[in-house]
Each structure stands twice: as C-alpha cells, then as structure tokens.
Design a protein around this ligand. Structure first.
Ligand SMILES: Cc1cc2nc3c(=O)[nH]c(=O)nc-3n(C[C@H](O)[C@H](O)[C@H](O)COP(=O)(O)OP(=O)(O)OC[C@H]3O[C@@H](n4cnc5c(N)ncnc54)[C@H](O)[C@@H]3O)c2cc1C
Length: 638
C-alpha cells in the first residue's frame, strides 16, 4: 500500500464524518489517529528527525505572544474564522457594500482630483530613477487632502471613511508604487496610530502638521533581530527614577520615512513589574537628544522613491506623556494599525493589477509575431484572463475589508491578513505575466514594466511576510475548532462525556461548534444566475469544516500542528479562496459594475479558478510529497 494514499483510497478507511455516528467520531478523536492503519500513518516530519527546533517553553512563549496580539475576545466569529467551522457568515458579506450617494459623490470628486494630480505632477519613472519623492509631490498630496484623507474633519482632515479612502489609494497605487507606500506609511500606519490610540492632547499636538505634509510620520517596529517575529523587539524603554520619562535604547531599521520623519511611533520594551517586559508604543521626535539617523535612504530594489531609514536611540529621553495607548499593549496597537495598512495594500495592489491588465491588453494587441497579434495566442489569453479575474476579486475583497472597518465589525483581523496575502501574491504573478507578454521590451528601463516588477516585490515581504501570514491564518483559524474538538475528546477520555452533556454544553452553538452536525450552509445570493456557484461554495466550505478534524487527527498533537507549515499553507490557501470567492459572489450579486474592470465575466471566471484551486488543495491534504520535500530540505541544510 502506498504510504500516502490518494483521497479515494483513504476514504475507504476514513469515512466522511457525516456518515459516522457521533460517538464513533468522538472515539476517533479520542484515539488521536489510531483510526489510521500503521501503513497509512502520516508524519509531516519524517522519521522523528523533525524541524521542531522549538522547545515546549518556546512554543508556550510564542502562544502567549499570539494571545497578546489577538486580544482576549474571540467570541464573535468573522467570516474567515467561520469557514474553519464549515460555516458561512453570509450576513457579513451580503449585500455588497455600497456608499450612500453623498459619500460616493465625494469619493468620485476626490478620485478625479487625485487622478489629475497623478498625471500632472507625479512622474513615477523619475521618482524611481532619482530615488526621491519631490517635496512638491508631498506638498501637493497635502493640499489635496490625501495625507489626512481619513482624519476626522474636526482635526482638519477630510474625514473619508475607509471605503472612500481605498478608492483614492487604488488610483495612487496604479500610478506610482513609491508614492503609494509613502502615503500608506504616513497616513494609514502613521496618523492612524495617533487617531486610534492617541489621547485628545496627543492628537491636538501632533496631527495638524501631518495633514498638510509639513510634517511626516513613520511607524518603527522592525529591528535587526525583530523582523517577522515582532515580539522579538529589543529596543528598551527604561523608566527614569522620578517616573516622568523613559530612556529609549536600541536600533530600528527598514523604517519607511524613518530618517526623515518629524514624528515616529516607536515600539520598545517596558518593564512589566514582574521581572519581564512588554512592548509599548512611544511618540518620538528626531530633535530629542540621542536620536541618531544612521542611514536616511538605504539603496534598494524597488519603491525606490521612499526613504527607508535606520536609526539608533541612545538613551533618548521620552516623556511619559508620549506613550501611545496603554503601557504593554504596543503589539496589539501595531496589529490593529496593520489592519488598516493591509486594507490599503489591497487597494494599491488592485490599482497596480488594473494597470498591468491594460498594459497586457494593449501590448498584446499591437505586437505581431508569426503573422498574428500576440493576443491571439491562448497562452497570452490565459495570462490576461488570470489578471482580469484576480483584479476583480482583489477589488471585491478590499471593499469588504474597508466596509468591516467602516461598520465597526467585531473581528476582521483574519480577513485583512487574507486580503494582504491574496492581493500581493497574485499581483506578483500578474506583474510577472505582464513582463512575459512584453518579452524583451519589458526588460528595458524605458518601459515601466521592469519597475513594476521591482516595486511589486516588496509587497509579499512587508507588513507581514506572506509565509508568516499563511501560518498565522491557519493557526488562528484552527484555534477555536481545535480547542472545541480537544475539549470533546478530553471529556470523553475522562468519562465526562455524554450526548446530553454535549448538547447542553454546546447549546445553541452546537451546529456551529460541530460542523458535522450542521446542514450544508447557504450563501445568500439573490440572483438566479449565481445559485449554482453559491451552492458550490457552500458545499466546499462545509467540506472544509468536516475535513479539519481529520487534519488534526493526522497531526496527532498541538505541538506538531503548530510546526506543520506545509499543512498550514494549504489550509490558509483554502481559507483565502473561500473568502475571495464569497466576496466575488457578493459583488456579482450586486449587479454589473460601471467600468471595464467590473465585467461579470471576470467574476465568474474567478469563481471557476478559485473552486479548482480549492479542490486541488483539498486533494493535496492527503496526496502530497511533503515527506520528500522535508527530507530534501534536511539534506540540503545538513
Ligand atoms: C522597503 C521596506 C519598507 C519597510 N517599512 C517598514 C516600516 O515602515 N516600519 C516597520 O516597522 N518595518 C518596515 N519594514 C520591515 C518589514 O516589515 C520587514 O522586512 C518584514 O516584517 C520581514 O522582516 P525581515 O525583513 O526581518 O525578514 P525575516 O523575519 O528575517 O524573514 C525573512 C523570510 O523568512 C521567512 N520566514 C520568517 N519567519 C517565518 C516563519 N515563521 N515561517 C515561515 N517563514 C518565515 C519568510 O519567507 C520571510 O520573508 C520595511 C521593509 C522594507 C524592505
């Protein structure tokens, strides 16, 4: 028998959950994998020679960090978390968000003004070549209100909501990636931290200059030893003896605007009073003695117009009034702020993807080879179709995340992570495909395509590397169903389980908590044309919920699960496509759009592509070469 049986072979030993009585299923859980025959046992880390480099203590520490970042209240599920239960929170995505006429008009007018400003005053090629965004551009953006676009009117901002704002950022993202990242760092993650966590005094003191561009903001989290692992921040903030201030000591690098900003939100470790430390956010200005710019503009691959800085804090004395938010809650503040940054990322990627689509279409129609326009070749058409479908989905997902923010939704942290991964990963494919269609022409610097490629490369690294986010999506998504199943198993093992107790314990949430008890969910589309796709999505989501317990069983325990990133990637990719497909269905259900990027055909094709990817990912949960990959990596790593 094959060590890694196909789906069909496995199903002979492993009936789908709805077919087995509940008691039998719980017995399966209790034996944690004993239902697999010895020949079939699945070890993501072959022959005990594992990549489990972390000790139990380190795993516990990392869990604590995640808890700190997640915050205490996970009771209300967002859409993405609900799919891990095989459940569809259609109420969160349907009907498709729509601005009121007034807000739409305001957004349209500003979009038109920003579009004109971009064409008139932002020369993306020169910005890239000279590695600098001219002061006139910054001032112009300030005068247009872009730098304070979402800041409330009472502070002098334009008071846009997030759905209006993403419209503006899509335009800038499609025109100049450097400018888009600059605005995002300044506005979305710079001013936003002040708005969300600043006191009235802090807001009154710091915001005004930031809105017109006379002052620049930066957000400084990353350090040489704290990149993806944000909890590894080593910069310290030691209280002075009189308790009136903190002394900041440490280094920050890779900080957008860091060396040119007038105010920086800096993350540093403060004592927690129990012998340990926690991360706290401080407002720091470069005129504070001990603030040193080591490098203001590091040379880099793309988004070259942005100034990426490295700074050292040599016992910089920061008054305690400059603490932003609560002491010890800095990572939570950072994560909250990132929700906004990632939504903006979705918008800028959408803008970039649309520009690529237009470029693919126009070049492929004008360039002839083999007596035919390139556009007549199917492999060129395939790339164009992919771009058209995915820009449609990116816009739908961005709009939904922006609406979550505007509606004060309880829980959308996973959705913004999903959007960030989806938009950046697929934009990279789209840019790469654009260069392919351009051929040699695209490789030269008189065309924008090579710059687009350099610019797009940072997206999968910054604001949370995609690999880390995929693991995050899977682990956070699996947390609640995993705990629920573990609780059931523990009760069973301890002889505490009975059917009556189970139902009493789960109460009205029984179906939610145990998807195998539930009916297939519904996706609430109204259009008759979309019923088949809606049913298909619902049934695939249900399959996800019923498959997860098997995944947990195969991985045997939590410690193995936490390390099983090849599995995480598949689970995350599934959740990503579920969210994307649901957003696309919602957008399609709202009727045809008003521009040539909004054609229903693109949305329908996206659904077909996403459903196929989902089926492939389901199959790969059982039928894969993970052990071979891992043992090769082990050989290479020595
Ligand atoms: C141009 C630019 C601008 C930036 N602007 C800012 C800013 O304004 N403020 C700020 O605070 N930071 C900023 N950053 C930093 C950025 O957020 C970090 O680069 C990012 O978080 C990754 O950290 P790292 O570069 O140290 O990579 P590392 O943490 O060393 O990771 C390198 C790679 O290892 C892999 N990896 C790491 N951890 C895992 C894991 N757990 N599982 C699987 N794979 C993993 C991933 O493939 C990852 O890409 C900027 C960076 C750049 C390049």
């Amino acid at each position: 028998m094959s060590r890694h049986p196909t789906v069909a072979a496995r199903s002979a030993h492993f009936p789908t959950i709805p077919d087995v009585p509940l008691r039998a299923h719980l017995a399966q859980l209790s034996s944690m994998g004993a239902v697999l025959s010895p020949g079939e046992s699945f070890h993501p880390f072959p022959s005990g020679a594992t990549f489990m480099a972390l000790s139990q203590q380190q795993i516990e520490d990392q869990k604590k960090q995640v808890e700190e970042m997640l915050g205490p209240d996970l009771a209300k599920l967002g859409f993405a978390k609900s799919v891990f239960f095989g459940h569809v929170r259609g109420d969160l995505l349907f009907p498709y968000p729509k601005l009121s006429n007034d807000l739409q008009k305001q957004a349209d007018e500003q979009a038109e003004a920003v579009q004109q400003f971009c064409h008139r005053s932002i020369d993306a090629a020169t910005i890239d070549r000279q590695a600098r965004i001219p002061d006139e551009v910054v001032r112009g953006l300030g005068q247009l209100g872009v730098l304070g676009q979402t800041v409330p009117v009472e502070f002098g901002g334009r008071g846009f909501n997030q759905q209006q704002y993403v419209r503006i950022m899509e335009i800038i993202g499609g025109h100049c990636a450097s400018t888009a990242v600059f605005v995002n760092a300044h506005q979305s993650i710079g001013c936003r931290a002040l708005l969300l966590f600043g006191s009235k005094n802090q807001q009154a003191k710091w915001l005004p200059g930031l809105l017109d561009g006379s002052k620049l903001a930066a957000f400084a989290l990353t350090e040489p030893e704290a990149g993806s692992d944000a909890g590894g921040v080593q910069t310290t903030a030691t209280p002075t003896d009189d308790g009136a201030a903190y002394l900041l000591d440490g280094i920050k690098h890779y900080i957008t605007n860091g060396g040119i900003a007038d105010v920086l939100t800096v993350m540093a470790r403060t004592p927690d009073g129990k012998g340990g430390s926690k991360v706290t956010a401080f407002l720091v200005t470069p005129d504070m003695p001990g603030f040193e710019v080591i490098e203001a503009r590091a040379e880099k691959c793309g988004i070259r117009g942005t100034a990426t800085g490295k700074m050292r804090f040599n016992n910089v004395k920061v008054p305690k009034e400059n603490i932003l938010g609560q002491i010890g809650r800095g990572l939570q503040a950072a994560l909250t702020v990132l929700n906004f940054g990632r939504t903006t990322f979705g918008a800028t990627c959408t803008g970039h993807a649309k520009v690529c689509l237009d470029a693919m279409v126009s070049h492929s129609k004008s360039r002839k080879q083999f007596q035919q326009a390139l556009s007549e070749f199917q492999l060129v058409q395939k790339k164009i179709a992919f771009a058209a479908a995915h820009q449609y989905a990116m816009e739908a997902m961005t709009t939904q995340c922006a609406a979550f923010i505007d509606n004060g939704a309880d829980d959308y942290m996973l959705e913004t992570a999903v959007l960030k991964v989806f938009a950046t990963e697929h934009l990279w494919t789209i840019v790469n495909d654009t260069l392919q269609i351009y051929g040699g022409k695209g490789y030269f610097c008189d065309q924008p395509v090579e710059r687009w490629m350099r610019d797009a490369r940072i997206n999968t690294i910054g604001e949370g590397a995609n690999d880390v986010l995929k693991a995050f999506i899977a682990v956070v998504g699996c947390k609640a169903p995993g705990e629920k199943l573990k609780g059931l198993r523990d009760d069973l093992l301890g002889g505490r389980w009975s059917l009556g107790k189970l139902f009493a314990g789960l109460g009205a949430g029984a179906k939610l908590a145990a998807p195998w008890l539930a009916n297939t969910p519904t996706v609430p589309v109204t259009s008759p044309d979309l019923q088949a796709e809606a049913r298909q999505l619902a049934s695939l989501v249900k399959q996800f919920g019923t498959t997860l317990p098997h995944v947990f069983l195969k991985l045997k325990d939590e410690a193995v699960f936490v390390q099983a990133q090849l599995v995480h990637e598949r689970l995350a990719d599934l959740a990503i496509d579920f969210y994307a497909a649901a957003c696309v269905l919602s957008r399609l259900d709202a009727g045809p759009g008003s521009n040539h990027y909004a054609k229903a055909e693109y949305g329908k094709t996206f659904l077909a592509m996403a459903f196929r990817r989902i089926k492939n990912n389901f199959a790969a949960l059982d039928d894969n070469d993970d052990p071979a990959w891992l043992s090769s990596a082990k050989v290479a790593l020595g």
